[in-house]
Design a protein around this ligand. Sequence first.
Ligand code: ADP
Length: 196
Amino acid sequence: MKILSFEGIEGVGKSTQINLLKDFLEKNKYTVEVLREPGSTLTGENIRNILLDKGSDISDKTELLLMFAARSELISKKINSLSCDYLLLDRFFDASLAYQGYGRNLPLSLIKDLISFTDCPMPELTILIDISVEEAFARKINDQKDRIESSGIEFFNNVRNGYLEIAKNNVNRFLVIDGTLSINEIHNAIIKKLNT
Ligand code: ADP
């Protein structure tokens, strides 16, 4: 099973590209599963509600631990028993480095330990779609913001820069795509990378 993770701040076009790629792969007779983080398990969806509910008054450390609790469920209850050709993940462990590490300033070394502790499988390819925070916010202007999305422009600039830094440190695994390209141009860039 090939694991492809999609990363980037809210509004960059992850779900748009995941849907397009899923259709493309299925047309080519591959079996595909899509999972989103946090969530995609019974307990994970409950944790997701706590994490995203604006009424949750949780500390940054609690946020980090809940993210990994949900991820641990996802890995042990879902990912480890899948047998599809492709697993497309709408965010994975890089999101914790970007959001809780670079965004919330929690220690990257601790987050890396949690990645090991929860036995996170390594994606074959991680697609980082990058656009400015202002543009991403503009695309989601009509959406209700959840607790994490309400964290403000400075937080999201740190997350965006964090993602770019992570990509720079993992050039073999990452494909960074300019998210201001058209939906089709981005889709074609992803397919081209899969065919190399
Ligand atoms: P994400 O899953 O990263 O939050 P979405 O896929 O939901 O992002 O896209 C957010 C919005 O931006 C949607 O309205 C979508 O149609 C639009 N969008 C996605 N990709 C592009 C693109 N390349 N150019 C312009 N708008 C886009």
